[in-house]
Design a protein around this ligand. Structure first.
Ligand code: NAP
Length: 283
């Protein structure tokens, strides 16, 4: 039997409607959520992401600022910009679009963002809070994965979840969130032997690797939930995930398509984080 498709766009639209309702309530109390996105240089993919973030802000009625600075901007100039927005009261979220030009140290920039406004969830204190289970702004793509699971009735509690990939922005936080949701979690990476065997034991398989169509049907337990975080551009210009979607479709119980699965959730969770931060600032 063919897997049920998890349409991230639909789920993301539902969440945005819920957010809109909350934003209206907050505005009645005199607070408008504010997000600033800082883009250094002219990377074409980053330009698209930044435009989409600004569009989402407009749709939800947020105050939005997009600051575009040239690729030659120095680290000190960028840090000064962050200090300015750390102090600016109508801004509740600061996002510096990654990747940054090579002469700027990414860690120094992430560390400089006030943890209260760290809507990307990459600040070491946010990561620490996630680890110890304290309240935190959670990284957007990983929390989007958890929303997709919960909102399709696939609660991670008591399940064996296998995460392939251990990056700081996808694999590790996804694994930590699954653990927090009471899954039993196994993390695999490029040095893991027999990955297909481990993957085949998963009730929930989350893949964030960056290798097109790595996961085949013999990696998947019949009926498993397969969440594909990967986004890869093929030579013909089409996008595909890290899961061989057509191959796995008949084995999995649930599956996310690429595009249209995890992708649409990321900006929506960024909007949710900005709202959360605005509510916190309101007290
Ligand atoms: P990354 O930093 O390059 O990390 C990739 C991870 O995959 C590493 O942990 C690596 O292991 C592991 N890996 C690489 N090849 C492997 C293999 N053959 N078998 C098993 N593990 C392997 O990538 P990332 O930033 O996490 O992104 C992963 C994918 O998610 C990319 O396609 C990216 O475009 C996509 N992504 C999508 C969204 C979204 O919004 N949908 C957001 C972020 C990322 P080692 O640690 O051992 O090197």
């Amino acid at each position: 039997m063919s897997a049920q498709i998890i349409y991230g766009k639909q789920i993301s639209d539902t969440i945005r409607e819920e957010l809109l309702h909350e934003v209206e309530q907050l505005k009645q109390q005199g607070v408008t959520p504010g997000l600033v996105v800082i883009l250094v240089g002219e990377d074409p993919a980053s330009q698209v992401y930044v435009r989409n973030k600004a569009k989402a802000c407009e749709q939800l009625g947020y105050h939005s600022e997009v600051i575009r600075v040239p690729a030659e901007t120095t680290q000190d100039e960028l840090l000064a910009l962050i200090t300015k927005y750390n102090e600016q009261q109508n801004i509740h979220g600061i996002l510096v679009q990654l990747p940054l030009p090579k002469h700027i140290e990414e860690k120094a920039i992430i560390d400089a963002i006030s943890v209260e406004k760290d809507v990307d969830g990459f600040h070491p204190e946010s990561v620490g809070n996630l680890m110890i289970g304290d309240d935190a702004l959670l990284p957007c793509t990983p929390s989007g994965v958890i929303e997709l699971l919960k909102r399709t009735g696939n609660s991670p509690a008591g399940k064996h979840a296998v995460v392939i990939g251990r990056s700081n922005i996808v694999g590790k936080p996804v694994a930590m969130l699954l653990l927090r949701e009471n899954a039993t979690v196994t993390i695999c990476h490029s040095r893991t032997p027999n990955i297909s065997e481990i993957a085949r034991q998963a009730d929930i398989l989350v893949v964030g690797v960056g290798v097109p169509k790595l996961v085949k049907k013999d990696w998947v337990k019949p009926g498993a939930v397969v969440i594909d975080v990967g986004v890869n551009r093929l030579l013909d210009g089409k996008l595909c995930g890290d899961v061989d979607y057509d191959d796995v479709l008949d084995v999995a119980g649930w599956i996310t398509p690429v595009p249209g699965g995890v992708g649409p959730m990321t900006i929506t969770m960024l909007m949710a984080n900005t709202l959360k931060s605005a509510k916190k600032a309101r007290g």
